[in-house]
Design a protein around this ligand. Structure first.
Ligand SMILES: Nc1ncnc2c1ncn2[C@@H]1O[C@H](COP(=O)(O)OP(=O)(O)OP(=O)(O)O)[C@@H](O)[C@H]1O
Ligand SMILES: [Mg+2]
Length: 259
């Protein structure tokens, strides 16, 4: 089966297309990096797969059905691009990660031992086992990012879409996440990871799609993507040394406010 298929797809907000004319097929079990400059449309593309941005033209199929079908619920994990877990209601790590299990709960919505185990495993996988009962609000921004990753993992999804899961996360935790994702990928889960930092995930993500001004500028091996993408920049114009890899040597600026 094809996990994700876009045919001449346009995706945007209101009637404004941000992503335009995209053809993309991701086979089951593939691990794909989505790269591109700020504002190129990566998040819009990811949100289009979740039914959170509007498909304005063409076709977007996820897990074999047009996007947004209820039966996809629980089959897709999503880590939105945001620093933190927001919300007025105080919730513990266990509760927030438990939300990832909702679509899988048994009769009467009661968590079964398997659900509790999935939550604990997911929290342990992101290195927060000792914080299970703590309010999420008491965690640092990077730890909260990891809670969101755990929430997506707990769903044991067939397709895992992550929007900059490593942003604001320290190097050791990035390496830990890479190990977790390698394990998830090995079980056959399809990965689509928007990232600016491919270094940590290079061993997991094999294919790259570079988005440029809402269109796909490159689709091929991850190793080849970086030179392609660097080609859009002219470091000599900025007076900065040429970037090696993918912005890994630059400070990150995150403008996202939680969309
Ligand atoms: N909710 C929204 N409503 C209207 N326009 C939006 C919305 N979200 C994003 N856009 C616009 O879509 C374009 C692409 O934004 P998008 O967030 O997809 O980029 P991105 O590649 O994820 O960037 P970044 O690397 O900064 O996360 C931008 O011009 C942005 O202003
Ligand atoms: Mg984005």
């Amino acid at each position: 089966m094809t996990a994700v298929r876009l045919r001449d797809a346009s995706i945007g907000y209101g009637d404004v297309a941000v992503v335009q004319g995209v053809d993309l097929a991701v086979a089951d079990g593939e691990a794909v990096a989505v790269l591109g400059s700020n504002g190129s449309g990566k998040t819009t593309l990811a949100r289009g797969l979740l039914g959170l941005a509007t498909v304005l033209g063409g076709e977007v199929e996820v897990l074999g059905a047009p996007v947004g079908r209820p039966r996809e619920r629980g089959r897709i994990g999503y880590v939105p691009q945001r620093h933190t877990v927001s919300g007025a209601v105080p919730a513990t790590v266990r509760e927030v990660v438990g939300v990832g299990r909702l679509a899988r709960l048994g009769p009467f919505g009661r968590p079964r031992p398997a659900d509790r185990a999935a939550v604990q495993d997911a929290v342990a996988a992101v290195g927060l086992a000792d914080r299970l009962g703590d309010p999420v609000a008491s965690l640092s921004g990077g730890q909260q990012r990891r809670v969101l990753v755990a929430r997506a993992l707990a769903a044991e999804p067939e397709l895992l879409v992550m929007d900059e899961p490593t942003a604001g996360v320290d190097a050791a935790s990035q390496d830990a996440l890479a190990t977790v994702l390698a394990g998830v990928s090995a079980t056959g889960t399809t990965l689509l990871v928007v990232t600016h930092e491919t270094a940590a995930l290079a061993g997991v993500l094999t294919r790259a799609v570079v988005v440029d001004h809402g269109r796909i500028a490159y689709d091929g091996p991850l190793a080849g993507a970086e030179s392609t993408h660097d080609g859009h920049h002219h470091p000599e114009d900025t007076g900065l040394p040429p970037a090696r890899g993918y912005r890994q040597d630059q400070p990150r600026v995150t403008t996202d406010g939680g969309r």
